[in-house]
Design a protein around this ligand. Sequence first.
Ligand SMILES: Cc1cc2nc3c(=O)[nH]c(=O)nc-3n(C[C@H](O)[C@H](O)[C@H](O)COP(=O)(O)OP(=O)(O)OC[C@H]3O[C@@H](n4cnc5c(N)ncnc54)[C@H](O)[C@@H]3O)c2cc1C
Length: 397
Amino acid sequence: MQQFDVVIIGGGAAGLMCAANAAARGRSVIVLDHANKVGKKILMSGGGRCNFTNMDVLPKHYLSANPHFCKSALARFSQWDFIALVIKHGVAYHEKKLGQLFCDNKAQDILNLLMDECAQVGVTIQVNCVIESVTALASENSTARYKILTSLGEYLCESLVIATGGLSIPTMGATGFGYQVAEQFGLQLKPRSAGLVPFTLSPAQLEQFKDCVGNAAEARVSCCEQSFTENILFTHRGLSGPAILQISSYWQPGQIVQIDLLPHLNLCDYLTLQQQVRPKVLLTTLMSELLTKSIAQCFCNLVPDIKPINQYTPKEIQAIADIFHRWEIMPAGTEGYRTAEVTLGGIDVDGLSSKTMEAKNQPGLFFIGEVVDVTGHLGGFNFQWAWASGFAAAQYV
Ligand SMILES: Cc1cc2nc3c(=O)[nH]c(=O)nc-3n(C[C@H](O)[C@H](O)[C@H](O)COP(=O)(O)OP(=O)(O)OC[C@H]3O[C@@H](n4cnc5c(N)ncnc54)[C@H](O)[C@@H]3O)c2cc1C
């Protein structure tokens, strides 16, 4: 049996951040992870370059049953604090777009940063450790409030931090362990579902768009009073690309998604102008100048009659513009946790302190990172939540 001040279950982004900062306060800390190495999701993130934060982190970039919950932690450990850490460790980085910061080289640089921070303050990291049970001990023993039974023996601790992440990418070690612990100690859960995930389409829809597979377009994608203007990508299974991933976090099965394939153009005005400037040009030719040839052709197939542009009436021009500006599609579903970047929902934040991340009903038990019902948009916001919530808990464990 070994005793630590703090046991952290889960050595991902949030767990490692919490470990380094708690140990920096002089606490003895061990991180237990069932995987054969820590930080696997960091390594696969951002296409291998880890979009580690965003220059424009605001509460509106997060989904939660209580949108105010994330504010306190995000304010106390901001994107600038993490950027300072990145600079301190000499990690080369750049802004890709929309404030998204990526490593110049590889995501391993971010994991190395966290491992260095942990090593400097003496954090113990134990991988290949299967957690069998967690028990709260009688309160009169103040230095050992929890007992964790594992495949490698028993651990006692004063503070127990659950940082086991969400359900996405089970092949990377994701489990529902954190939710089980929450339920064991009487915390409520919000329904969970896959977020930041590609849409699947029905066989008939796939047939309709089969020639577009591999093609992308910048589009405005809207659903549930939310809109995102970024690329969409036609895939063998349906639709992907950043704008689709973003809207997927808001979409409910059965809802229609509106897509404007030309968000920066008034197509009606443009085509009307072309009727005078290039009267003999075919509609498909004009549209292929604005979108890829395959996408233009696929959507021109919805126009009853393809002819030179000057032969359309104003009403027909308006109808053509609507085809491209107001594409409405009902996805069959999503690709689910297999490819989702995040899990929506999770531990109900009403049961946690936004200052400390500690369970209100269970002293010494903390939840941080993705396991909590706080989910960021695409763009580095999920890691920023992991860093901020990990840092917040680290001050109180
Ligand atoms: C493909 C992909 C790309 C992504 N890219 C980005 C990006 O570029 N930017 C961004 O902000 N976000 C990105 N994300 C989301 C981001 O990775 C997560 O939000 C973040 O890792 C959550 O951190 P966490 O510490 O809460 O959980 P995780 O990083 O998932 O860590 C959880 C840890 O707990 C361990 N664990 C799980 N169950 C148990 C158990 N029962 N016992 C012991 N240990 C357990 C796991 O092995 C893991 O090490 C991406 C996600 C995916 C899947």
